[in-house]
Design a protein around this ligand. Structure first.
Ligand code: GDP
Length: 456
């Protein structure tokens, strides 16, 4: 065991709920439980990995009616003895039990400390620990599914296969350097070179997958713009498939700031400033236009809604110009296509135009297809079944690996001394070890686990 202290925290979210779970991990977990848990039937066997009914008591004082489980090391989340107390999901009661646990010898856990122990005790590697957090923060099923692949160890296995290829080469290089009398003059035999090329290409593919992975994980910052009454709120509602924003015939009723996430084929679109969608009087109207321009600047994707049943107006032209000027990714939605079409966009060279009726749900699927194919490039899409990285830390490490391998090829092809290869081989291996956490600084660990919640 690496730690001699026992940690505890409330692992369920703060607030009222059906149950709350207080988790304890470390050597003293069972001892602490013994002091505060009174079984209904004192003669029954507490056992392991099963729920036991009873009461938490502070001396004679009853705190709550609970179910508790004892989980025996090493086959637990942290690889340590763990106790989980399921109590009633009240803020006061769960806090009281936690205090009692702390009073009896546990220390309050820091953010992510349970998962950190799982990592430090060798149950999971750093990429798997990161996956735990990504699952918690997952915005769509697809993003959670990518994180689950990572939690299963797919990235770790891939990294280890890269390392194996590099270690084979290291062994060969060492023989060449240490035993010059053997007369091995081939700096890199063909099979080893093929393996190295393979690592280079696969690392490169993973690096390229990051763009897609990031979109799936973090979402696309999207803003819906367009002048009043073109149908933005109606569209928003249709996308959310529930009446969250108020739609009326009078311009200017969407006042509350609404930030929503919609799921386009697994890619989360984070809709920003959905309130800026409409403002009432002239002054606010102006602010509205300025604001929407501001948001256009910040967004990754602009959905510009135009009223197809009307001719283009100055305000429409202004927004179109703004989008073009910023070189923003934009999709133009010609709404109200159920009415007679009057709009004419010939003066602009617009690529992505979709005709829709937000009110009658026409063209919404076409729009979703368009958004998806527009933000996810086909090249990456080809590899959709393969491993995708979602973490900038992994991308940076793989870039270092790729660079080092490039240097190795250059050294060999230029016929330079072999010991130069050793330096790059080490660099490539170290970068890969950063992903799995075999090489990690306190800074990196603080950064990774500091983003967790307390109790995980
Ligand atoms: P916003 O100001 O851009 O948010 O526009 P709203 O969503 O509030 O819509 C303004 C008006 O246009 C409302 O009366 C909607 O019912 C109507 N509207 C929205 N979409 C359509 C559509 O596709 N077809 C028709 N005919 N009317 C629509």
């Amino acid at each position: 065991m690496l730690w001699d202290d026992t940690i505890a925290a409330i692992s369920t979210p703060k607030g009222e709920g059906g149950i709350a779970i207080i988790r304890i991990s470390g050597d003293k977990s069972f001892e602490i439980l013994e002091k505060i848990f009174k079984r209904q039937n004192p003669n029954s066997d507490l056992g392991f990995s099963k729920l036991n009914y009873g009461f938490i008591k502070d001396g004679k004082k009853m705190i709550d009616e609970v179910m508790v489980a004892r989980l025996k090391a090493p086959k637990t989340y942290t690889c340590e003895d763990i106790v989980e107390i399921n109590c009633h999901g009240g803020v006061v009661v769960s806090q009281k039990i936690l205090e009692l646990v702390l009073k009896n010898g546990a220390r309050h856990a820091e953010k992510g400390e349970f998962t950190k122990r799982a990592f430090m005790n060798g149950r999971i590697d750093l990429s798997q620990a990161e996956a735990v957090m990504d699952i918690i923060h997952g915005k769509t099923e697809k993003s959670v599914s990518l994180s689950l692949d990572q939690l299963r160890g797919d990235l770790r296995d891939k990294v280890n296969s890269f390392k194996k290829a590099l270690l084979d080469i290291t062994a060969h290089v060492n023989v060449v350097l240490d035993y010059p009398e053997e007369g091995i003059d081939d700096p890199l035999p063909k099979d080893l070179r093929d393996n190295l090329e393979n690592v280079y290409e696969e690392a490169n593919r993973l690096i390229e997958s990051y763009d897609k992975g990031k979109k799936i994980k973090e979402g696309i910052k999207t803003v819906i713009v367009g002048k009043p009454n073109v149908g933005k709120s109606t569209l928003l509602n249709s996308l959310l498939r529930e009446e969250r924003a108020i739609v009326t015939h009078v311009a200017g009723t969407t006042r509350d700031v609404i930030e929503e996430v919609i799921n386009i084929k697994g890619i989360p679109l984070v809709l920003v400033d959905t309130a800026g969608i409409r403002q009432t009087d002239d002054i606010v109207e102006n602010i509205g236009v300025t604001k929407s321009k501001e948001f256009i600047e910040k967004a990754d994707l602009v959905l510009l809604v135009l009223d197809a049943s009307k001719e283009l107006e100055k305000e429409d032209r202004e927004v179109i110009e703004k989008i073009k000027e910023n070189g923003k990714k934009a999709i133009v939605l010609l709404n109200k296509i159920d009415l007679a079409k009057k709009i004419d966009l010939k003066e602009f060279d617009l690529e992505n135009v979709v005709e829709i009726s937000a009110k009658d749900n026409i063209g919404i699927e076409d729009m979703e297809e368009k958004i998806y194919s527009y933000i996810i490039s086909e090249k990456v899409e080809d590899s959709s079944e393969k491993l995708v990285i979602t973490n900038i830390r992994h991308k940076t490490a793989l870039e270092k690996t790729k660079e080092a391998i490039k240097n190795i090829f250059e050294t060999i092809d230029a016929g330079l001394p072999m010991d130069l290869i050793s330096v790059d081989l080490k660099e490539a291996l170290d970068s890969l070890s950063e992903i799995t956490g075999e090489i990690s600084s306190e800074d990196i660990l603080d950064h990774v686990f500091g983003n967790f919640c307390v109790g995980k």
